[in-house]
Design a protein around this ligand. Structure first.
Ligand code: SAH
Ligand code: AVI
Length: 337
């Protein structure tokens, strides 16, 4: 067992939670709705799916037979966690978009077995997820400190507490694929700036594959993904006093072969005149008009290496599952060579 290389942290309780989502977060939803629903091609960013119900629906998606990414990524973690713990010697695990941290436990187990684990820092926009996961993990891992950050990883990375030793910053699940190429590189560059020499980024990305497999993963037979997609309208109704009937919209999931991404859309079943109360905004949908709610980019090794290089990150390990469906990459700042 390696001794921990952590600097001593000042005495503090096992759980600390900081929240950066107040009026500013509500403004972000309002701004995104004002901007996205008044464009000629309507669009909303996918982060607004995840209220408590959306988070629960996402958890159900992860167990669906068609949604292979979660199982594939878990199997890679199970194969490689010990090696990742050895390479990184991490005393801290920061996780962006941590959700229920279900797969994270595989990494925490390996870091604990290596004797280095001191602190876990989950960062997520969904308050209940950060609070519940902090409570669960401190009871599952005696001695573990959890410093939860309730916030937006596009705006609040500077609120992540300073490190006390080598860190893994984990960005799992393929969430980086939910950004279009330009924003993806910007987000990656900002994440890379968090890394000091000796720190590593561990990132999950879904790989390009048969379009039928991809489309089934985003249009499951039980309709859970359809409900997840429509949930964004429930969020708008509740948070901004809108009056959408989510049942007025069909769920659409298509693989865009040119861009190599899945697009989820909501398609109006009839002409709709809605109102967003808090913005005093009238929203009109023609019958058949679509609202883009998510893209989920699928990667090739070349695309991924290009993105990492543009953030001054160098690949340390490229790991895939037995069926080559999903990739986990370990990278580090180029300057730390
Ligand atoms: N990492 C988990 C969850 C992925 S779902 C897994 O691999 O299964 C995406 C998660 O990211 C959700 O928990 C959602 O609340 C969070 N999220 C999405 N956009 C975010 C943002 N901009 N800032 C912080 N968290 C975000
Ligand atoms: C969180 N994110 C990576 C998921 C994805 O696959 O793009 C969200 C999701 N959307 C539909 N199903 C799952």
């Amino acid at each position: 067992m390696k001794p921990s290389t952590a600097l001593p942290l000042p005495p503090q309780p096992a759980i600390l939670i900081d929240s950066h989502l107040d009026a500013a977060q509500e403004r972000s939803l309002a701004d995104d709705v004002l901007d996205g629903l008044t464009r000629p091609f309507k669009e909303l960013p996918p982060k607004h799916f995840y209220d408590a119900r959306g988070a629960e629906l996402f958890d159900r998606i992860c167990d669906l037979p068609e949604y292979y990414p979660t199982r594939a990524e878990r199997s890679i973690l199970e194969q490689s966690a010990t090696e990742l713990a050895e390479i990184t010697g991490a005393v801290e695990l920061v996780e962006l978009g941590s959700g229920t941290a279900a797969k994270t436990r595989v990494l925490l187990d390996a870091l604990q077995a290596a004797g280095t684990l001191v602190r876990y820092i989950p960062v997520d926009v969904t308050e209940s997820m950060v609070r519940d996961c902090a409570a669960e993990l401190t009871s599952e891992y005696p001695g573990l400190r959890v410093h939860g950050v309730i916030g937006d990883f596009e705006r609040h990375l500077h609120h992540i507490p300073p490190s006390s030793g080598p860190r893994i910053v984990a960005f799992l699940g393929g969430t980086i694929g939910n950004f279009p190429p330009g924003s993806r590189r910007r987000v990656l560059r900002e994440i890379a700036r968090l890394l000091k020499p000796g720190d590593h980024l561990l990132m999950g990305t879904d790989l390009v594959k048969d379009p039928d497999v991809l489309e089934a993963a985003y249009d499951d037979a039980q309709g859970v993904t359809a409900e997840f997609n429509r949930n964004v309208l429930h969020v708008l109704n509740r948070e901004l006093q809108a009056n959408f009937d989510p049942e007025d919209f069909d769920h659409v999931a298509l693989f865009d072969r040119e861009n190599e991404w899945i697009e989820m859309r909501l398609r109006a079943r009839r002409e709709i005149h809605s109102h967003v109360g808090d913005l005093d905004l009238a929203v009109h949908f023609r019958e058949g008009e679509e609202l883009r709610t998510e893209i989920s980019a699928k990667f090739t090794p070349a695309r991924l290496e290009g993105d990492l290089a543009s953030a001054d990150l160098e690949l340390v390990r490229w790991l895939t599952d037995a069926d080559g469906q999903f990739a986990l990459t370990l990278s580090r700042p180029t300057a730390s060579l």
